[in-house]
Design a protein around this ligand. Structure first.
Ligand code: ATP
Ligand code: MG
Length: 520
């Protein structure tokens, strides 16, 4: 995989990042400074040395790099810096799967940048974003950079690079009319207009005996579930309980909801007993009319000019409810999971979905680590100032797995050229018996290697069919077959793994032909 590593290194260097190699085994003290010794959880593989000191095998390197930087840098004049390494990480993943796709031990390229201003961080972030695009372009992967959830930090300060493949773990929404793309946790759609007209009918109480779920109520009333609103009760940040209201045919996006200041993060649904005690009505009969706890309504629910909802009484619902007339809400918020066909938030095109494999992640960390670890330099005014950071991860081994998921057929792998373990394979037919075949194969092998190609000479004593099937299976992009009959006419047989066509190349033109097929 020389070319894979080279592609990554060249593009990182071109973007002014500097390569370092940090320790793989890290002292617990650094992780205690940021609190992550406790909070990182079970994925942290810990160990103790002969002096009874605690260590971990690094799952990531924010602590180590911040320690290095705080010790080495003193002045704003030394900023910005961007350091990267390519190294083995260990994470005790709960569900390791698909080999190197999600392994406990894997290779990552990780980089970390340090700045004093948001402007400078943004500049390096943009440079890294572009470098990642160039890397994945060079690797021949079909990918999309998608907006990702940034947890507490907010803004569009995080992008994931997703290789598009049906087997991918992540769900992505993208616009068919613009560049907009986001993972499902983050995706939003164009907000609808708030309803402007009131329903003619007055709000009315109706009987809904034993009808609890949206589906049951819709079935019972013979209406569409999109005429109902769903009221979900979650634990609050300032108040014990908070109500979230979304359309009956929408799903709550827990990540988005947990970003509302009144909602406890991570999101936690209230238990039935607390709901009954506080709201005096059971789960399944709750609605926003006359509710005594804060109500946060999704924009789409607010756009309904009239709706049906639980009446906060057993076996009753209200119909013809209008927000402004009959119900109260504290705040309008984006709470719902987007769907295919929603309008893109930029107003251009509609959302479509696909699956992806996250191969890279760029993230603006702000001062999270630098603050916890007191990483500061003297600024222009002679004062100590905490630095801010960006971090940029790229899963080297996962790229290999993702490339296979995206490029294969029923016979095996079809490696993109810059990820392939070999550029080409030479297969001598009956090489064991025919000296001219054997010599030609050997000569070609030496000659192509001297030109800088990575070549596999498959001189095993196997039938041609076995050799062909194996070279297809392991996906080497170019294949040269040397057979006695062709050689008598000074011809070599060439086939690309991605094509069915067999081409006969005169031996004298072979070198030129290969140079054209495989630019180094
Ligand atoms: P995931 O959500 O897939 O677990 P992550 O958010 O934990 O990924 P980061 O900490 O951002 O990943 O790591 C940077 C990159 O390292 C990821 O984009 C991914 O390509 C790769 N990576 C992370 N965990 C693994 C793993 N267990 N095996 C292989 N590659 C991984
Ligand atoms: Mg992970």
């Amino acid at each position: 995989y020389t070319t894979l590593f080279r592609s990554v290194r060249e593009e990182m260097n071109r973007a002014n990042a500097m390569e370092v190699l940090m320790p793989a085994v890290q002292p617990a003290e650094l992780w205690q400074e940021t609190g992550r010794w406790e909070t990182f959880g079970g994925q942290l593989l810990t160990m103790r040395d002969s002096n009874d000191r605690d260590y971990c095998f690094g799952p990531t390197h924010e602590e180590v790099i911040t320690d290095l930087i705080r010790n080495e840098l003193q002045s704003y004049k030394q900023l910005p810096v961007n350091l990267y390494q390519i190294q083995t990480k260990f994470r005790d993943e709960i569900r390791p799967r698909f080999g190197v796709m999600r392994a406990r031990e894997f290779i990552m390229k990780d980089s970390y940048s340090f700045h004093l201003s948001q402007e400078s961080l943004q500049q390096t972030y943009d440079d890294m974003y572009q470098a990642y695009c160039r890397i994945f372009d060079r690797l021949g992967l079909h990918y999309r950079a998608v907006e990702a959830d940034t947890g507490a930090i907010g803004g569009s300060a995080s992008h994931e690079f997703q290789v598009l493949a049906d087997s991918g773990e992540d769900l992505i929404f993208y616009s068919d009319g613009s560049d907009y793309a986001a993972n499902v946790e983050q995706a939003t759609s164009l907000l609808p207009q708030k309803a402007s007209t009131l329903p003619k009918e007055a709000m009315a109480l109706i009987d809904t005996p034993n009808q609890k779920t949206i589906a049951e109520v819709a079935e019972f009333l013979q209406i569409d579930s999109q005429q109902i609103v769903k009221t979900l009760i979650v634990e609050g940040e300032e108040h014990p309980l908070v109500a979230l209201v979304i359309c009956g045919n929408d799903e709550l996006n827990e990540i988005k909801a947990s970003k509302h200041p009144l909602v406890k993060s991570p999101l936690c649904f209230a238990d039935e007993k607390t709901i009954l005690q506080t709201l005096k009505a059971p789960l399944g009969s709750i609605g926003p009319v006359g509710l005594t706890i804060p109500v946060i309504a999704d924009h789409h629910a607010l756009a309904m000019s009239s709706f049906i909802c639980g009446a906060n009484q057993v076996d009753k619902h209200y119909q013809h409810v209008a927000w402004e007339r009959d119900a109260n809400y504290q705040d309008a918020y984006d709470l719902r999971e987007v769907k295919e066909g929603d309008s893109s938030p930029d107003g251009k095109g509609q959302l479509k979905s696909c699956r992806g494999i996250e191969v890279g992640h760029v993230f603006q960390l702000g001062d999270k680590y630098a603050k916890a670890m007191n990483a500061a330099v003297i600024n222009e005014h002679g004062q100590l100032q905490t630095m801010i950071m960006g971090c940029y991860g790229l899963g080297i081994t996962r790229v290999v797995a993702a490339a296979i998921e995206q490029h294969h057929d029923e016979r095996g792998i079809i490696w993109p050229q810059n990820i392939a373990p070999f550029h080409l394979v030479i297969i001598p037919i009956n090489g064991q018996r025919s000296t001219i075949v054997k010599d030609c194969a050997e000569n070609l092998y030496q000659q192509l290697k001297a030109q800088g190609y990575e070549v596999l000479l498959d001189d095993r004593n196997e039938r041609a069919g076995v050799l062909f099937a194996d070279s297809d299976l392991i996906g080497i992009p170019h294949r040269l077959v040397i057979g006695e009959r062709n050689l008598e006419q000074s011809l070599i047989e060439y086939k690309a793994r991605s094509s069915q066509e067999i081409i006969h190349i005169p031996l004298a033109e072979l070198s030129h032909f290969i140079n054209e097929q495989i630019p180094l």
